[in-house]
Design a binder for this molecule. Structure first.
Ligand SMILES: Cc1cc2nc3c(=O)[nH]c(=O)nc-3n(C[C@H](O)[C@H](O)[C@H](O)COP(=O)(O)OP(=O)(O)OC[C@H]3O[C@@H](n4cnc5c(N)ncnc54)[C@H](O)[C@@H]3O)c2cc1C
Length: 494
């Protein structure tokens, strides 16, 4: 049975913030590797699932495969791309099978956290349900699994004339349950994974859907049914074996793509663009609409099952316009070219506002923390912030690959601290690394998605050598993180 906020203790060893895929992963590892640890998972929403609970837009599905987006420890045996409800069922099973539900407190919001070196504890303030009076409790360790974007505040740019538009403007993050798009003219602004999902889904009943993009994006059209996976299925392997082989297959493909994006970006780009062109058919202006100006992998490449976005365009149910918006009008959108797009519904698939550590006010011994001045330690901890770890997954590979690595790393660190008989740990840049070059959290040359670029100034920074680098590279992290020396002098214990 789910617990309510009223079942909170006064003190915990670990407080996990967020019951999305990362929070569930953290709880699983903590319970398995450190039985006896007193922990609780705090979740603002009234249910688990995070991203997969928040988003309710038509067609909502993963854009990476579930063999790598799913947990290493719970086999996924479905098709590679999954709908939100399938992901929620998978997470539901993970909670049940591991008896994790009893650790979650829903409708409970972490508001602030104050660290004291005197008591070697965090004192946290929580809002529980509708109760106006905040609850205070202490914990030794904060494990932030709050995701990377603000669930309550989507990003919608301000365009001139928006208020005059006579139809409905909707953001994918706040999709109204009662929005009926049947027979309507729809314009979707954006060309990321969300737009690519919504467009084919809406074309099923809409009169027409137009994708309006400022500039083109790469996509991976792939068969929904993986032929190799189906051959394996026929061999009647155990679920564990099936998942393991499929995970290796998708990792191998992903590694190959990363390598090719570095070694032969032009060939990779030509292949991706060519795959789109094949679906779109002869005469389609691929050069204008599906030939990106950046090299592949500088933004996440969404998988398009059976090329459904391209099929919708080829069949005339959807179209694509690559242009800038001059203004909204009463009946649609006026483009810079002077062309007008008529619309009943405008979907602003324009992305997120980034969230940094849950957008919580932290202080250390009474001094407010400015996270933008911190340097990250392996993308997990931050200088000036003791006993706090954070899960920031991969933006190009499956997020959970990193959540799993971080979970193992954190459990190892907690056990190391017990063995040393210490109560706090904080990263400190040692003398010999003081001169290192400090760069943004994500190198724009390496990854330049708009939602990251908009928020670089509020994100922590990174150095030019380990352990001060957030690699965004699973294949190096999976070697370095399990082997990382916790006593190398960059972590100061007390
Ligand atoms: C539409 C969409 C599709 C995506 N598809 C993929 C994909 O296919 N593959 C992939 O790798 N990634 C994908 N992502 C990225 C995705 O967000 C992550 O992969 C993953 O779901 C993140 O899980 P999480 O648990 O870390 O964070 P979230 O899912 O964001 O969950 C964080 C949780 O923390 C809670 N929380 C936050 N702050 C507080 C607080 N102060 N107090 C209490 N609770 C708090 C939130 O309510 C939320 O439930 C997608 C994102 C979106 C929006």
């Amino acid at each position: 049975m789910d617990q309510t906020d009223r079942d909170l203790d006064d003190h915990y060893d670990v407080l996990i913030i967020g019951a999305g895929i990362s929070g569930i992963d953290a709880a699983y590892h903590l319970q398995k590797s450190r039985p006896g640890t007193r922990f609780v998972m705090i979740e603002r929403m009234p249910d688990f699932g995070g991203t997969w609970r928040t988003h309710k837009f038509p067609g909502i599905r993963s854009d990476s495969d579930l063999f790598t987006f799913g947990f290493k420890w719970k086999p996924w045996t479905g098709l590679p791309i999954a709908k939100a409800d399938q992901i929620l069922s998978y997470l539901d099973e993970a909670l049940d099978e591991n008896d994790l539900r009893r650790h979650i407190r829903y409708s409970t919001d972490l508001l602030s956290a104050s660290w004291s070196y005197d008591t070697q504890n965090w004192t946290v303030t929580l809002r529980c349900g509708d109760d106006e009076t905040p609850v205070t409790l202490t914990c030794k360790f904060l494990w932030m699994c709050a995701g990377y974007y603000n669930h309550n505040d989507a990003y919608t740019p301000e365009w001139p004339g928006m208020a005059q538009f006579g139809g409905t403007i909707v953001h994918p993050q706040t999709w109204p349950n009662d929005l009926d798009h049947a027979g309507k003219k729809v314009v979707v602004i954006g060309s990321g994974a969300t737009a690519a999902t919504i467009i084919p889904a809406m074309t099923k009943t809409a009169a027409h859907v137009t994708m309006l993009q400022r500039s083109p994006t790469y996509f991976f059209p792939k068969p929904m049914i993986d032929e190799f996976g189906e051959t394996l299925r026929a061999l009647e392997l155990s679920d564990d074996m099936y998942h393991d082989i499929m995970r290796r297959k998708f990792l191998f493909e992903s590694k190959n793509t990363v390598r090719r994006s570095r070694e032969e970006p032009k060939a990779l780009a030509a292949e991706l663009i060519g795959a789109a062109a094949k679906y779109l058919g002869e005469g389609f202006d691929v050069a204008t609409h599906f030939t990106p100006r950046y090299r592949p992998w500088r933004q996440r490449i969404a998988m398009i099952p059976d090329g459904d976005l391209f099929v919708a365009i080829r069949d005339g149910k959807a179209s694509v316009v690559t242009n800038k918006i001059e203004k909204f009008t009463k009946t649609g959108i006026l483009l810079e070219t002077g062309k007008q797009l008529e619309a009943d519904i405008i979907v602003t698939a324009t992305g997120f506002n980034l969230n940094v550590l849950g957008d919580i006010a932290f202080d250390v011994d009474g001094i407010p923390l400015d996270l933008s001045q911190s340097v990250t330690h392996r993308g997990v901890m931050f200088t000036g912030l003791p006993n706090l770890v954070s899960v920031f997954g991969y933006l190009r590979s499956s997020w959970t690959l990193r959540a799993d690595l971080v979970s193992d790393y954190v459990c190892r660190m907690l056990t190391y601290m017990d063995e040393k008989g210490v109560r706090s740990v904080v990263p400190v840049v040692p003398e010999q690394d003081q001169d290192m070059k400090i760069s943004p959290w994500i190198d724009p040359e390496n990854f330049n998605a708009g939602y990251v670029m908009r928020s670089l100034d509020i994100l922590p920074r990174q150095g030019d050598r380990q352990p001060w680098v957030m690699t965004q590279d699973y294949f190096s992290d999976r070697e370095t993180m399990p082997a990382a020396d916790l006593g190398d002098g960059t972590l100061v214990y007390r």
